[in-house]
Design a binder for this molecule. Structure first.
Ligand SMILES: Cc1ncc(COP(=O)(O)O)c(C=O)c1O
Length: 379
């Protein structure tokens, strides 16, 4: 993308965590960027000194998060709802969809629990959840998904990137498959949003949800939900409140007329600190763009794979160009992953264990030194 080492060093300088830590765990809970920290501190100072006097400026910050989320997805701001987390977004679909007994939803069996429980919870409404198994690399063939669908399949729900294996699903082909069957596509985007490109004008996903606390470098509890505009009247709003209706500031007149935007799903007061911080981190990432971010992340994860293999690790993640992501799952045969993780932590290197294997998830600001520190402990 024509970006130089200096550009990435500048991004690194915006990440105070990198001064001490080789932080290789963005698929778990990411550190805040410096601008996100600043945004929270500013809000705390304002709310402490002035209460709600400057409330209009808070609204501007929250709306900035919506604008940036829309821009990131190639969506309209009217198609974005600001939500508490991924779970809240998935449940807007699970609870609001016009299910009929006998309908089914197709998912992968290795989905993060949220993207399973929300659907399994529909069993008492007569909705079946069909779970397709994957192998250790996260592989699920499109044919397997197609074979699980029938004329009662209303929805396919997948993670953009699988949290344990790092397998990146082909959203274009999944949208095509779902639509050809008369179903819709729901995407849990938390493991790629902000760092891999997605344009919903070209890739027609129907619904998408992600919290900001991973690749977007925001805090926990401030997330985004996307719904295509044409589905606004498909989902019955749940969690309805003062902020769901068109005249949200007129508390003395009751008129249950929903906003004609996705903001109808927001219900009540917003997490101002959280969305201010999320907007600040998104603005930082936006300076680079997802094409540059993804190339940089692929470069650093490819380097990590090469070096891990050179010291005897087995890479479980599929690293082919169309599947690789920011998540790498690996193991050292005969060695205890928890013990290795503990030794890394002692040396201020953060990584996770998932599905009994080690998992690293470097961001674009991580560099060769961080990978070198990891090798020093693991070799
Ligand atoms: C794929 C996936 N979805 C969702 C979440 C988290 O959900 P929430 O944002 O509701 O806390 C995670 C966290 O690890 C995840 O990996």
């Amino acid at each position: 993308m024509g970006l130089s080492i200096q550009d990435w060093d500048w991004l690194r300088a915006q990440m105070p965590v990198a001064r001490q830590w080789a932080y290789l765990d963005h698929a778990a809970v990411a550190p805040l960027s410096g601008p996100a920290q600043e945004a929270i501190l500013q809000w705390v100072a304002d709310a402490t000194s002035n209460g709600s006097v400057n409330y209009p400026s808070w609204t501007v910050r929250v709306e900035h998060a919506r604008t940036l989320a829309a821009r990131l997805l190639g969506a309209l701001p009217e198609e974005i709802a600001l939500v508490n987390n991924t779970t809240a977004g998935v449940n807007l679909v699970a609870e609001g969809f016009p299910w009929q007994p006998g309908d089914n939803v197709v998912i992968r069996a290795d989905e993060f629990p949220t993207n399973q429980y929300a659907w399994l919870h529909l069993a008492d409404r007569g909705v079946e959840t069909r779970r397709i198994p994957s192998d250790a690399s996260g592989r699920v063939e499109l044919d397997q998904i197609a074979a699980a669908c029938d004329r009662r399949t209303r929805l396919i729900s997948v993670s953009w990137v699988a949290f344990a294996s790092g397998w990146r699903n082909d959203l274009d082909r999944l949208a095509e498959l779902a639509h050809a069957r008369g179903a819709l596509l729901m995407v849990d985007a938390i493991q790629a949003l902000g760092v891999f490109p997605l344009d919903v004008a070209r890739t027609p996903v129907d619904f998408l949800a992600a919290d900001g606390h991973k690749w977007l470098l925001g805090p926990e509890g401030a997330g985004v939900f996307f719904t295509r505009r044409e589905h606004l009247n498909l989902l019955r709003p749940v969690g309805v409140g003062w902020n769901s209706v068109r005249d949200e500031s007129d508390f003395s007149r009751i008129a249950l007329v929903f906003k004609d935007t996705a903001a109808r799903y927001e219900g009540g007061s917003q997490n101002v600190a959280g969305f201010s911080a999320l907007a600040a981190s998104m603005a930082l990432l936006d300076q680079y763009g997802t094409e540059a971010m993804s190339s940089q992340i692929v470069e650093i994860t490819d380097l990590a794979c090469e070096r891990l293999q050179s010291i005897g690790a087995t890479i479980l993640s599929d690293r082919s160009p169309e599947r690789r992501s920011g998540i790498v799952s690996f193991e050292f045969p005969g060695r205890d992953p928890r013990e290795l993780q503990r030794r890394c932590l002692e040396q201020k290197i953060l990584l996770s264990c998932r599905a009994g294997r080690l998992r690293i998830s470097p961001h674009a600001y991580n560099n060769e030194d961080d990978i070198g520190r990891l090798m020093d402990v693991l070799k």
